[in-house]
Design a protein around this ligand. Sequence first.
Ligand SMILES: [Zn+2]
Length: 479
Amino acid sequence: MKDNKGIIAKKEENISDWYEQVCLKSNLVEFAVVKGTMVIKPKGYAIWEKIQDYFNEKINKPLGVENAYFPLFIPESFFKKEAEHAEGFSPEVAWLDKSLTKEGERLAIRPTSETIMYDSYSKWIRSYRDLPLKMNQWCNIVRWETNTTKLFLRSREFLWQEGHCVYETEKECEKDTLKVIESYKKLVEDLLAIPVLIGRKTEKEKFAGAKHTYSIEAFMPDGKALQCGTSHNLGQGFAKSFGISFLGRDEKKHLPWQNSWGISTRLIGGMVMTHSDDKGLVLPPKVAKNKVVIIPILFENTKEKVLKKSKEIFKTLKSFNPILDDSEEYSPGYKFSEYELQGIPIRIEIGPKDLEKNEVVIVRRDTKEKTISKVKNTKNTLTKILKKMQEDLFKRAKEEMYSKIVEAKNFKEFEKAVKDKKIIYLNWCNEKSCEEDIKEKTGASSRCIPLGSEKQKVDGNCPMCGKPAKVKIYFSKSY
Ligand SMILES: [Zn+2]
């Protein structure tokens, strides 16, 4: 079985095996020596770089956020400063033994950087003139998962960005917290073509130490939610614990308001799972390193002519970072499947008969749809097809997501919907006890309270406790 290069598992039948095979065989990533860690290969890393470029340009810049870097090691005493935060993270922090430090203090490998950054912030912020302070860092994070790990989606070490901002007023803080989650939605939908629901986390699911948390939630083909990004309004709790204060315009001492927000390499996993199929990887064109592969169809007596023309076309398509596969060891059919597995968005077939008519055949990876194009129009045709493919991938995924949303009026309906792998929309009392009850009985957890719905009047009762509902909410199983 190992020698078989294609994907053996079926997405419909065994999504877990299928997903792993697609990630590995399409050369995005491989398993590393330590359980729960991975090697992100150049093709996978190129996707992360696209995310970084988009983020730096379209999120950081408009918000006035600057990139910086803070250390990997965090003293234990920093964690203890914010009790809720410390408690929330304690099960998954990896510690260095205290015998390693002169100070005799244990050091944590960062699971998130609030504590170490805010220690610096407490030294930097003196007056309202130092605010707002807006910083982001790109780094790796370690969370020592004891659960099953999964490439990209749940790993012990992953890459992410974490933005940490400090404001003079609550209003500015909340405005940016929301702006970020909306920008995340745009990034994930525009670039990765993954549709998401946007909302607020419940008290139970919010970030440890935050006032409230917003999230974007994607839904994978197996009905499980994938939290794709979060933005936390931290209120003044961290400022208090870390001694961050400023002299206000009134010459009095004030506590500032803070937020933090992040997206990670798990987005790559979500993208693979959303779009790929039984033939292998399907990449949204915007993140594909090589957007086109050119495969000349070679026969003995026309070989030279076809190769010459293929090379000419290859040169005109430089902006698509094309691959020209003119090797003769493998048949065109073999190459077709190989590049389908690799997720190259477009294949161009160039054969002697096509050239007689001055044409090439263009094939889309996702739909296998063929387009005949005049050689001279290739570039334009490609631009159009790639744009359409990006749009179609999003559209298809969006239709699929909405087709999975069902309403549940009572527990029986809820239970059935979980079994049917649906996303459940329901009236909710907003009590932690009901949430724990549901989790225990069905394995589903709350995803988010849709933005704006809090202000709407909610009719109906909570299906668990029967009390009048306070909000509308989404529930599902999750990664
Ligand atoms: Zn209830």
